[in-house]
Ligand binder design. Structure first.
Ligand SMILES: C[S@@+](CC[C@H](N)C(=O)[O-])C[C@H]1O[C@@H](n2cnc3c(N)ncnc32)[C@H](O)[C@@H]1O
Length: 219
């Protein structure tokens, strides 16, 4: 059983769905093994069905420049990098050297290291260094939840028309609809969900894959 699925999906169905998505290759398996060795924190990694979905979305949109906020051990970065157009680039933001060392090795094994730039440091600072006229084709947000809205506000003006904003954990294991939950992370995720749903620049849907993945397309 893979724990990276929300409680709204029966575990047997979750296993079935994953078994019927394209299987991880050797580079992804290597990342999976290194990530599992980290213990419980490994649950931060996106699931194998979401990997396939994100590579597919990247290919469908036609991505020359992508930004990822929250890299961990490199799974989502590998998924995006594999879907880039020839010559495409991915900027990855994270603050953790140990975890992203695994990511770099995994990307080398997967043959995509040449198209990925990893910047270590608070992602908001990295995003603010992007020139205002930078055109982002796809952005993926999967870092500290209390900064989610700030990440959206930094990325949305740079997202090109037809580009995709992907936001992870937007169901937050059901906490978004649990009135007893008022912790900072849950409040922050509700706020970003409300913002994205109401923003006239975006058409969006929360897909119940993994822990909820918002897919928002800029008009
Ligand atoms: C949920 S994990 C990302 C999982 C990853 N997308 C994957 O597919 O395996 C969240 C990551 O955000 C990073 N992070 C937390 N706060 C951050 C910040 N202020 N700026 C950049 N990265 C941050 C953590 O170091 C961690 O690696």
């Amino acid at each position: 059983m893979n724990l990276r699925t929300g409680p709204w999906i029966d575990p047997n169905i979750s296993d079935y769905l994953r078994a019927h998505a394209a299987a991880p290759d050797a580079a992804q398996e290597w990342i999976n093994e290194r990530t599992a060795e980290l213990g419980g924190i490994s649950r931060m990694q996106i699931g194998s069905d979401q990997v396939v979905f994100m590579t597919m979305l990247t290919k469908l949109v036609g991505v020359s420049f992508a930004v990822e906020v929250g890299t961990f051990t490199g799974t989502s970065g590998l998924a995006i990098a594999r879907g880039l157009k020839p010559g495409g680039r991915l900027l990855c933001c994270d603050i953790n050297e140990e975890w992203t060392t695994i990511a770099r090795d995994g990307w080398t094994r997967g043959g995509v290291a040449d198209r990925v730039e990893l910047r270590l440091g608070p992602a908001l600072e990295t995003l603010r260094t992007l020139p205002a006229d930078t055109l982002v084709d796809l952005a993926f947000i999967d870092a500290d939840k209390t900064n989610y809205l700030a990440y959206v506000e930094a990325l949305l003006p740079r997202l090109r028309s037809g580009g995709l904003l992907l936001i992870d954990n937007t169901i937050w294991y059901g906490a978004v609809v649990d009135p007893s939950r008022d912790d900072a992370d849950t409040v922050a995720i509700r706020a970003v969900n409300d913002f994205v749903a109401a923003d006239a620049r975006l058409e969006s849907v929360i897909v119940p894959i993994g822990d909820g993945l918002t897919v928002a397309r800029k008009r």
